[in-house]
Design a binder for this molecule. Structure first.
Ligand code: SF4
Ligand code: SF4
Ligand code: SF4
Ligand code: FES
Length: 940
């Protein structure tokens, strides 16, 4: 595809009754409030402009967009002039042309005349507009006062700011505020001295800037410019694809020169992101071509041997023979595999099919086990389907938003920007989190309530909120009577009204004052539209599933479900965690969340796959580990997951991996898990993949290859070859054929095809005959299960308790610049923001232990010990410490326990009793971790 030319109508769309106007003799009808500029563009007439763009509110500063309006004096700016009925507009006249040339002449007289060597040559709106207005000469010399000696700020690793090229149009300032919501930029000074300034005259890196790149995208000149464009030149072709980091699932236009990515531009048509992005998706893609990538298959007999590079055929034969030999000796169930939420739906589908059809068992699980499996369970029990209820756009219609156990500005930044936009427009916010996350107070955003609860007490809080709803008369009786089960509601109502669930009774458990809980409950129940958004701070608990059902109860009782602006919405972690669950990655479920014991469902797949499927559920990940240590489970295929870093109680995980006779790892890098592997199969980055990802709003987005697989194989081809080597021939012509098979076997995907996705951009499942264009909002006319089901949710404290030896609670989370185990982001300049994991501690807890910011401290739990650097932080409540787990050396999961959710075994990452103490030991560095890898034979 040649480069995508982005259509820009100049100012944002408006909603309103249609008004008819005439532009240059062309009749056009637009919603009331639409600018003359946008109306003209709609009629196919482009008015010259510099300070206007349709992603920002009009500003009216450049005066290039002047027009004449019949019956009105002067020449108003078309970007700030709304259409009125019957208006007749002229966009071209000798007077307008002269005025525009004069404006342009002034701009150019204060601009470096280096177009031919400028990195934006050919991609610069100032250059374009000079041509459009017909500027031929500049009468003013460059010897008067000008800004040509303006300094360049190169502090940001991804973009530079060249002040000499700035035309003070303020698009960057407005993008940072309106689109991103960070407000890091201002225009300092007045008149001629007006200059863009990051914070109070800081460098970009020294300011609050979060490097989202919205300002760079908005800049009409080369003032704010990607460094890759400066180095490589203006792109020549582009491919639309999807970010491979988080569950927001932002769409991007990858812009290339030849095979080299020059920049990633967020797609304005992207259903999830509407033209915005965060630092990871826009800038942190360099890992895909990092020298650390292992591009050739390798094998070794023992994990202490050096690796031996082999052909694909040899690697596949080695893996297939080894797995078959284990089954021959130890039984069909002695092997299994783990699918990856980083991979496409098609890749995941093929791996679970390989396990079910070629391995002959259901020993397949996915990393969602350790994050959102309680979401699947809890929402299925109450609503009937394992997915969030809304699209992201829905939040723009919420009056009250409750964020529970999530930190969207770090974990789901593009959703956070949208949410902040809504909050600035007047919606109220309740944050339920032990830590003071950014949303509690940030520029132009302040939570109405922050319920700073003790980790592990979510269920007590949600019960207390529901208690207020029931006992203070806030139940939406009409909704409950029409949409929910009468019996389960009646039982739940009696349960939740018990005095033990009152805010006063639970205050001692949660640490949250009762009046704050009452205020929050009243706010939620009386909002009009109230929406819940939640993250792993809900699910990664021993009562994770209970909490999900508690939130669902609350939403049903108040009628906040089944329409726009409300709902219960998981903020999914990884890019395709929704998809990997949809694709049948759980040991008890075939694609579409249908139980393996259901003969009818098995029959559908057996007919298409030409084999029989075991009706017994297989092993979950923790059971795989236990069986490995017990000597009953000896062979494993792990697709793109670093479980030796990401799973809890790492010592136990490593013991299990070390017990395997054959571990096959498919990944981009030799990670911590690969230290235990016997076969390494190179994977593909998102820039090479062909398929689909499904984001947190059930949106199926296309992932298109921008380059050929560097290893020579798509990952689905590798799974097919391994299945074939094991005696089950499997083959597809392309990824589209795999999606066709998914659609043929899975009712919620029945209408999905690459063709439809290419035509519509994306669709949200269910997509079938009943909803051919997908389903943005679920449970509109009825719940998927029929009537909404209430579940009693008694609070049961976790077994993980503090005591004198372990008096603090450790909880974990993410940071904006890094992602998950950091395998990708650690291999990008994002390390400049976060180069090691630190443990945050309350000032009082630090003082009593003699700990200062920057000190090395040991973190000791009942299962392990690690060393991190400390950061004294006022975000933490007393008694709670917090860390991230982006670096393998930090070993955050060395200390997390094996306690897990009662229903799904999702680990209780968020509650670990620990003690901290100063130490002279230094944290383990990444280089030290890498040095533990066995060398590749024949390589220095
Ligand atoms: S990169 Fe984003 S946060 Fe930073 S100044 Fe630009 S718009 Fe603001
Ligand atoms: S940096 Fe770019 S967007 Fe910002 S004021 Fe200058 S020219 Fe306009
Ligand atoms: S990491 Fe998430 S929010 Fe950031 S660009 Fe990618 S999908 Fe969007
Ligand atoms: S585009 Fe209208 S004043 Fe700048």
């Amino acid at each position: 595809m040649s480069r995508v030319r982005v259509v820009d109508l100049g100012t944002p769309a408006r909603l309103g009754v249609q008004v008819a106007v005439v532009v240059d003799g062309l009749p056009v009808s637009v919603p009331a409030g639409t600018s003359v500029m946008r109306a003209a563009a709609t009629a196919g007439v482009d008015i010259p402009r510099l300070c206007a763009t349709d992603s920002l509110e009009p500003f009216g500063s450049c005066r290039l967009c002047l027009v004449e309006v019949e019956g009105r004096p002067g020449t108003p700016a078309s970007c700030t002039t709304p259409c009125t009925p019957g208006m007749t507009v002229r966009t071209q006249s000798p007077r307008l042309e002269k005025l525009r040339r004069g404006v342009m002449e002034l701009y150019i007289s204060d601009h470096p005349l280096d177009c031919l060597t400028c990195p934006a040559n050919g991609d610069c709106e100032l250059q374009d507009m000079a041509g459009v207005v017909g500027l031929r000469e500049v009468r003013y010399g460059l010897d008067g006062a000008n800004h040509l000696d303006g300094a360049t700020d190169d502090s940001n690793p991804y973009f530079s700011f060249d002040d000499s090229k700035c035309i003070a149009c303020s698009r960057c300032v407005r993008a940072c505020g309106e689109v991103q919501g960070t407000f890091a930029l201002t225009i300092a000074g007045r008149g001629f001295d007006s200059r863009v300034s990051a914070s109070a005259g800081e460098s970009f890196m020294g300011s609050e800037c979060v490097s989202c790149g919205a300002c760079v995208q908005a800049c009409p000149t080369s003032t704010l410019q990607e460094k890759t464009v400066i180095e490589l030149g203006v792109p020549t072709r582009s491919v639309k694809t999807t970010c491979a980091y988080c569950g927001v699932g932002c769409s991007f236009v990858a812009e290339l020169r030849g095979d080299e990515v020059v920049r990633m531009v967020p797609d304005k048509d992207g259903g999830a992101n509407a033209g915005h992005s965060c630092v990871k998706g826009r800038f942190a893609w360099g890992y895909a071509t990092h020298r650390d990538r292992q591009l050739e298959p390798m094998v070794r007999e023992r994990i202490t041997d050096p690796w031996r590079v082999v052909s694909w055929d040899e690697a596949i034969a080695h893996a297939g023979d080894g797995l078959k030999a284990i089954q021959a000796e130890h039984g069909v169930g002695a092997i299994g595999g783990i699918t990856s939420s980083r991979c496409t739906n098609e890749e995941v589908y093929v791996v679970q099919k390989m396990i079910r059809a070629a391995f002959g068992n259901n020993n397949v699980d996915t990393c969602a086990r350790v994050c959102h499996s309680p979401t699947g369970y809890g929402l299925k029990q109450t609503f009937g389907t394992s997915a969030g209820t809304q699209d992201f756009e829905s939040v723009m219609h919420a009056d009250v938003v409750v964020v529970i156990g999530a930190n969207p500005t770090d974990g789901h930044p593009v959703f956070a920007s949208r949410l902040k936009r809504r909050l600035r427009a007047g919606a109220q916010l309740v944050v339920i989190d032990p830590r003071r996350i950014d949303l509690v107070r940030s520029p132009h955003v302040e939570a109405a309530e922050h319920l700073q609860l003790q980790p592990g007490t979510n269920v007590a809080i949600v019960n207390a909120l529901a208690h207020v709803v029931v006992t203070e008369g806030f139940v939406d009786r009409a909704f409950v009577a029409e949409r929910c089960e009468a019996d389960s509601f009646a039982e739940w109502e009696s349960f939740i009204a018990l005095p033990e669930n009152s805010p006063e009774a639970t205050a001692e458990i949660t640490g949250v004052p009762a009046d704050a809980v009452r205020r929050a409950a009243r706010l939620y129940a009386t909002a009009g539209n109230a929406a819940i958004y939640y993250g792993l701070g809900v699910t990664e608990h021993s009562q994770g599933s209970t909490m999900v059902m508690g939130m669902a109860n609350l939403a049903m009782a108040t009628g906040n479900i089944g329409r726009v602006g409300v709902g219960v919405n998981p903020l999914r972690g990884q890019n395709n965690v929704q998809g990997s669950c949809d694709m049948g990655s759980f040991p008890h479920e075939l694609p579409g969340y249908r139980h393996v014991s259901d003969a009818g469902v098995r029959g559908i797949f057996e007919a298409v796959w030409g084999t029989t499927i075991d009706p017994e559920p297989g092993l979950r990940i923790p059971n795989m580990f236990d069986a490995a240590i017990a000597g009953r489970y000896l062979g494993m295929f792990i697709q793109g997951e670093d479980i030796a870093q990401s799973d809890p109680n790492v010592a136990h995980v490593k013991a299990a991996l070390g017990s395997l006779e054959l571990l096959v790892v498919q990944d981009l890098f030799l990670n911590e898990t690969a230290k235990f592997a016997h076969v390494f199969l190179p994977g593909t980055s998102f820039l090479e993949k062909d398929g689909t990802f499904t984001n947190a709003e059930r949106r199926i987005n296309r992932v298109r290859p921008v380059m050929a697989p560097k290893s020579g194989r798509q990952e689905w081809q590798v799974a097919c070859e391994l299945a074939t080597a094991m005696g089950y021939p499997m083959d597809y012509a392309n990824a589209a054929e795999i999606m066709d098979e998914i659609a043929a076997t899975t009712p919620t995907f029945a209408g999905v095809s690459f063709e439809r996705l290419d035509a519509e951009g994306s669709v949200q499942w269910p997509c079938n005959d009943a909803a051919p264009h997908g389903t943005p909002i679920m449970h509109v006319d009825g719940f998927v299960r029929g009537k909404g089901h209430f579940v009693d949710t008694p609070f049961v404290p976790t077994d993980e308790r503090t005591n004198r030896k372990f008096p603090l609670i450790l909880t974990t989370g993410r940071i904006l610049s890094q992602y998950n185990v950091g395998a990708q982001t650690r291999r990008t300049p994002n390390v400049q923001w976060h180069h090691e994991d630190v443990v945050e501690i309350h000032v009082h807890d630090a003082e009593t232990r003699g700990i200062h910011t920057g000190d090395s401290v040991t973190i000791t739990s009942r299962v392990g010990e690690t060393v991190l650097r400390a950061k004294v932080s006022d975000r933490m409540p007393q008694g709670v410490v917090y860390t991230t787990f982006h670096y393998p050396g930090s070993g955050a999961n060395v200390v997390t326990t094996e306690y897990s959710d009662w229903a799904t075994n999702c680990p209780e990452y968020k509650v670990t009793a620990v003690e901290l103490a100063p130490t002279s030991r230094a944290p383990v560095t990444e280089a030290e971790m890498r040095a533990e890898h066995q060398p590749v034979a024949g390589r220095p």
